[in-house]
Design a protein around this ligand. Structure first.
Ligand SMILES: CC(C)(COP(=O)(O)OP(=O)(O)OC[C@H]1O[C@@H](n2cnc3c(N)ncnc32)[C@H](O)[C@@H]1O)[C@@H](O)C(=O)NCCC(=O)NCCS
Ligand SMILES: Nc1ncnc2c1ncn2[C@@H]1O[C@H](COP(=O)(O)OP(=O)(O)OP(=O)(O)O)[C@@H](O)[C@H]1O
Length: 200
């Protein structure tokens, strides 16, 4: 049996960082934001994105301009909904496809970064939910300094972090250093890895 663990949290609370550590430890890992990034390269998806956002959303070099998308979905909840209706079924398909491949290879444990897990009610596709959290202050500071500042406007569309923490099986804090997080993960994964992949 493949144990499927979803990693979720808020914007810039450290989901990708946690996933990177897990990848480094040798576990299969997938990110929904990366799936979206790849979907934006598909011709059929690009055509539908142009229908929704206009021609300017695609550069001459054939890249979707995510800044335009971000700006427009913040201003228009109905456009945001249409975009999600286009992308989310595709994202779910990719996740299921990834799981099938791992199951065929007899893998036992997988981690998927799912930013909107609770918002889109995808809990049912996973066996366990891990939330990575930080203080609101750290989150806002990281959005402004380390990510795209406009992302702050997506916060109002997300379930509050405290609520997400209540619905998690495990909670991690990105206030801790990467080394501490890695130690913590190794400790937790010792239990799991007796049945799964041995850690060094
Ligand atoms: C809004 C976009 C353009 C921002 O792109 P950008 O490269 O700047 O950021 P990235 O993709 O890494 O997302 C950053 C974070 O924004 C938040 N976020 C992204 N999309 C949404 C959304 N539809 N609703 C609420 N929050 C969102 C998530 O917490 C995510 O982790 C991009 O995320 C996007 O196209 N989103 C729509 C597709 C979607 O719903 N993705 C979520 C994963 S399925
Ligand atoms: N434990 C940590 N210590 C120091 N910096 C961190 C830590 N965790 C995350 N960061 C930094 O904060 C920023 C956001 O982290 P990360 O990209 O992992 O978050 P995310 O939740 O995946 O973000 P997004 O919602 O934008 O996809 C990055 O620049 C990252 O290096």
């Amino acid at each position: 049996m493949l144990k499927k663990i979803a990693i979720t949290g808020g914007i810039a609370t450290g989901k990708t960082t946690l996933l990177k550590i897990l990848k480094k430890l040798g576990f299969p890992a997938l990110s929904c934001d990366e799936i979206v990034e790849n979907l934006y390269k598909r011709k059929d998806i690009q055509e539908k994105i142009i229908e929704l956002f206009g021609k300017k959303v695609l550069s001459k070099e054939g890249h979707i301009n995510k800044k335009i998308i971000l700006k427009k979905i913040i201003d228009s909840p109905s456009l945001k909904q249409k975009l999600e209706e286009l992308l989310h079924p595709e994202v779910l398909r990719e996740i299921m496809h990834f799981f099938e491949g791992l199951e065929r290879r007899g893998e036992r444990l997988v981690f998927v970064e799912v930013p909107l897990l609770f918002e889109v009610a995808w809990e049912k596709y996973f066996d366990e939910i891990w939330v990575i959290s930080s203080s609101e202050e750290t989150q806002r500071e990281r959005i402004y300094k380390l990510r795209e500042p406009e992302l702050i406007k997506l916060l109002s569309f997300q379930i509050p972090l405290k609520e997400k923490e209540k619905r998690a099986h495990k909670i991690f804090s990105s206030e801790k250093s990467l080394a501490e997080l890695e130690r913590e993960l190794k400790e937790i994964l010792k239990e799991y890895s007796k049945a799964y992949i041995p850690l060094e």
